[in-house]
Design a protein around this ligand. Structure first.
Ligand SMILES: *[C@@H]1O[C@H](CO)[C@@H](O)[C@H](O)[C@H]1NC(C)=O
Ligand SMILES: *[C@@H]1O[C@H](CO)[C@@H](O)[C@H](O)[C@H]1NC(C)=O
Ligand SMILES: *[C@@H]1O[C@H](CO)[C@@H](O)[C@H](O)[C@H]1NC(C)=O
Ligand SMILES: *[C@@H]1O[C@H](CO)[C@@H](O)[C@H](O)[C@H]1NC(C)=O
Length: 405
């Protein structure tokens, strides 16, 4: 069942852009600190709700009047401990912390953590709607999740997928998706209507993803990148058989790590194969978890995933990095390139921030833009107010990750 050649071109091009983008690319220096869409895996040390103008977080070992504290969760569940770092112990859409002792008024807040953005999440952007940042096609769904939107866009060969207001999905290839400006990540905290633990944008705020995220298969050739399990950040579906090729020209070895690995079933598995001989180099599953890192002395590796008919789970994120014999020199060049790219991006971003009214370049699919206007957004503030109340009550939530785990 080989996908058409066009798909290959699209995927490898997308793979390259995924790694060429400075912000989410892993690699040298401090890498991303989150690999889940909602930062449930965040274990960093930010203890303010925002780096600028935020509020200091209360210590989890001093919040006994609230449902989440170290007395109730003494074994580090959800990353709680004798500290005041932002955490997401309750399956919310983003890490948060308590900012007040008592539950009148605002007593907890989402944290804006720049380091907590999973690779493939391109950020939260403003959408003035006319035209929207992604002009390819769109749909609305009251069962929307991040991956149902990504799959919808991927199936139509778009590079980017964006979710807005919890139930709207936009697709496009628009390289200028940032044209109305970037927004704080905390402004993209509307829950997805189909999964209340995932963020799906906000009012006039679109959260963007690369459609490579959660694809079942693909060809990667960048020096470093991240491969997610199929259907990520949803749980992987049953009966999945996926192959990804990782071919890093000039690499003497490829370094792998699994920042996220949640496969409970021992029949479901992840394998690393020699790209040339197809020999199995390593096999991991529910009872045989991967080591922190491993090196393969090859420039061509195949990643394989299989799931049987039962027991779905969150899945995995595999981070790979090719090393050449001139590894250090390459790293240095990569770092410098990333910095220069970042500066350039910043400069371009700034100078384009306010688009001149006559400067609207025509889109590639002008014919399809008509249907987009028909989408009507209701303010979603009621949802966040409702949730603010919820956190105060003794969490009768449909699912509490701390209890269920
Ligand atoms: C990856 O590349 C191979 C050929 O090298 C091709 O047959 C396959 O369809 C590609 N896979 C995807 C998902 O594009
Ligand atoms: C946050 O942590 C830093 C060091 O990790 C510390 O210096 C600072 O005082 C802390 N801030 C608050 C509000 O606790
Ligand atoms: C909570 O933990 C911090 C850091 O270890 C400590 O300074 C503080 O005294 C603790 N508070 C209580 C009530 O134990
Ligand atoms: C793999 O290579 C990296 C980079 O040189 C090194 O830091 C790491 O310790 C190696 N890991 C293993 C398991 O050999």
């Amino acid at each position: 069942m080989a996908p058409p050649a066009a798909r290959l071109a699209l995927l490898s091009a997308a793979a390259l852009t995924l790694a060429a983008r400075p912000a989410p690319s892993p690699g040298p220096g401090p890498g991303p600190e989150c690999f889940t869409a909602n930062g449930a895996d965040y274990r960093g040390t930010q203890n303010w709700t925002a780096l600028q103008g935020g509020k200091p977080c209360l210590f989890w070992n001093e919040t006994f009047q609230h449902p989440y504290n170290t007395l109730k969760y003494p074994n580090g569940e959800g990353g709680l401990g004798e500290h005041n770092y932002c955490r997401n112990p309750d399956g919310d859409v983003s890490p948060w912390c308590y900012v007040a002792e008592h539950e009148d008024g605002v007593y907890w807040k989402y944290c804006e953590i720049p380091a907590c953005q999973m690779p493939g999440n391109l950020g939260c952007y403003k959408d003035h709607g006319n035209p929207p940042p992604l002009t390819g096609t769109s749909k609305t769904s009251n069962k929307l999740t991040i991956q149902t939107c990504i799959s919808f866009c991927r199936s139509q060969r778009f590079k980017f997928a964006g979710m807005e207001s919890g139930y709207a999905c936009f697709c496009g290839n628009n390289p200028d998706y940032w044209k109305y400006g970037e927004a704080a990540s905390t402004e993209c905290n509307s829950v997805c209507f189909g999964d209340h633990t995932q963020p799906c944008g906000g009012d006039g705020r679109i959260i963007l993803f690369d459609t490579l995220v959660g694809a079942c298969g693909g060809n990667y050739s960048a020096m470093s990148s991240v491969v997610y399990s199929p259907d990520f950040p949803d749980t992987y579906a049953t009966g999945r058989v996926c192959y990804w090729t990782i071919r890093v020209p000039g690499a003497s070895r490829i370094h792998f790590s699994f920042p996220l690995f949640d496969i409970r079933d021992s029949a479901d598995m992840v394998e690393l194969l020699d790209g040339y001989t197809h020999r199995v180099l390593a096999r991991f599953h529910g009872r045989s978890r991967p080591p922190l890192s491993l090196n393969v002395s090859l420039d061509f590796v195949i990643l394989y995933f299989f799931s049987d008919r039962i027991n779905q789970a969150q899945g995995f994120a595999v981070l790979y990095e090719g090393w050449t014999v001139y590894g250090l020199a390459t790293l240095l060049i990569l770092t410098v390139t990333a910095i220069v790219a970042k500066i350039l991006l910043h400069v371009t971003f700034k100078s384009h921030r306010v688009p001149a009214s006559g400067d609207l370049r025509d889109c590639h699919q002008p014919g399809t833009s008509g249907e987009i206007w028909s989408i009507f957004y209701k303010p979603s503030t009621s949802i966040s107010i409702f949730k603010k109340k919820l956190k105060g009550q003794s969490q009768q939530d449909d699912r509490n990750p701390l209890v269920s785990d």
